[in-house]
Design a protein around this ligand. Structure first.
Ligand SMILES: Cc1ncc(COP(=O)(O)O)c(C=O)c1O
Length: 392
């Protein structure tokens, strides 16, 4: 069919309905750490006119050692990594990294690089230590990578308990430790100073620290808490951050950062058909994700990131206070944008897509709101009104 010489795609009507429902839902999308304020409108205009959407691009290869001939955006990927490196205390000449498919993919690289590094250095398999409040991806990946894992109990704030960590440490094996910097449900932050103090009492143990900062890693560098993720002040070997959480990528993506020293002490995988060593886990990798992230950081000033973050954290503190005033007990951890509270009636959890959790120490069932950029004061006020109506 053709209308004014424009061909009409019969499938578009269905897609239009789908798009309308997505647009409606995003205004009440409070329960998951996705930034629904995409900055990619200009990117899509550019790409449609550029012609590169008519070819296949693939970032198979190392963005810091570009040999590839297939069309790729490795050059932009490298710029993304070089932009982020200094925000977490990496020196420009030491940082290495990739744009990943997700936070989980970044954690996969962290655990893999960490275990291979420790094995090479000590000739022993490490033990993975991770808290029971950390995201499940570390546990799943331990299973996948056949790592021995010890799950360390966390305290009521969602942070790894240092005394439990010390009890669990195996003195004759290297330690691969995941520090969760912003746990998924409570937004708890592992206390690096306390955990590092434990490790320093066991100098015989070789240590690799990987930080899972899927959400908080995006915004913490733009706050007064930036020291928390500065590896010059709190040493770590690698860090994984999601791109679709704080940064508002419109599909899953992330970044994985480590050092060239770690990179150079991996299992070498010489891949003759690509003419070189391939350090990353995946062969083909997205070329569009790095370009989108590059677009976002080039079109967002540091001041803008600071302003967005300040608003998120102020709104989170305000929400926590208002919930408590309303008689709904609520908590907010240090440097967190994630307010957790006694689980409200189902009509509220359904409408606002609030994820469930349970902690007997806090009286049972819980929900949380992740105060992202689109979760404005106005929308939170409407949520509080709905909640008050239900509670009366
Ligand atoms: C703390 C934490 N780590 C890792 C992940 C997994 O990240 P992704 O969904 O990007 O794979 C999440 C997801 O919510 C998370 O909250």
């Amino acid at each position: 069919m053709s209308i004014n010489n424009i061909s009409y795609d019969p499938y578009e009507a269905r897609l239009d309905d789908f798009a309308a429902s997505v647009m409606k839902q995003k205004t009440v999308d409070f329960g998951y750490p996705l930034n629904q304020k995409s900055k990619l409108v200009g990117f899509y205009k550019w790409i449609a006119g550029s012609g590169i959407n008519l070819s296949t691009l693939d970032n198979a290869g190392d963005p810091f050692d570009i040999h590839e001939k297939v069309p790729n955006t490795l050059e932009y990927e490298r710029e993304v990594i070089e932009y982020f490196g200094p925000l977490y205390g990496f020196n420009e000449d030491e940082v290495w990294g990739i744009v990943t498919f997700s936070g989980t993919d970044g954690n996969n690289h962290g655990l893999y690089f960490g275990s291979k590094y420790l094995e090479k250095k000590t000739k022993k398999k490490p033990v993975l230590y991770v808290s029971d409040s950390a995201h499940y991806s570390s546990r799943r990946l331990a299973d996948l990578q056949n790592l021995d894992m010890v799950l360390i109990p966390s305290d009521v704030h969602g942070s790894m308990d240092p005394a439990e960590f010390e009890k669990a440490l195996k003195p004759d094996r290297p330690a691969l430790v995941v520090y969760a910097m912003g746990t998924t449900f409570k937004g708890g932050i592992d206390d690096q100073d306390a955990l590092n103090a434990v490790l320093s009492r066991h100098p015989e143990i070789e240590v690799y620290r990987h930080i899972d900062a899927a959400l908080f890693g995006g915004y913490i560098p733009h706050t007064k808490y930036s020291d928390i993720l500065n590896r010059k002040l709190h040493p770590f070997d690698s860090i994984a951050i999601s791109g679709h959480k704080y940064f508002g990528m419109d599909e899953p993506a992330g970044i994985f950062l480590t050092t060239k020293e770690i990179l150079n002490n991996q299992n070498p995988f010489d891949v003759s058909y690509l003419n070189r060593n391939m350090p990353m886990i995946n062969c083909s990798r997205s070329a569009l994700s790095p370009l989108k992230l590059w677009w976002i950081i080039r079109h967002t000033s540091r001041e803008e990131f600071e302003k967005q973050t300040e608003e998120m954290l102020e709104n989170a503190a305000w929400l926590c206070e208002e919930l408590n005033k309303t008689g709904c007990q609520a908590w907010l951890e240090h440097a967190s944008n994630t307010v957790y509270f006694k689980r409200p009636p189902e009509e509220i959890t359904e409408k606002y897509d609030l994820a469930p959790d349970h902690d007997d120490r806090l009286g049972g069932d819980l929900s949380h709101i992740v105060v992202m950029q689109h979760v404005t004061r106005e929308r939170l006020s409407r949520f509080l009104e709905d909640l008050r109506k239900c509670m009366n």
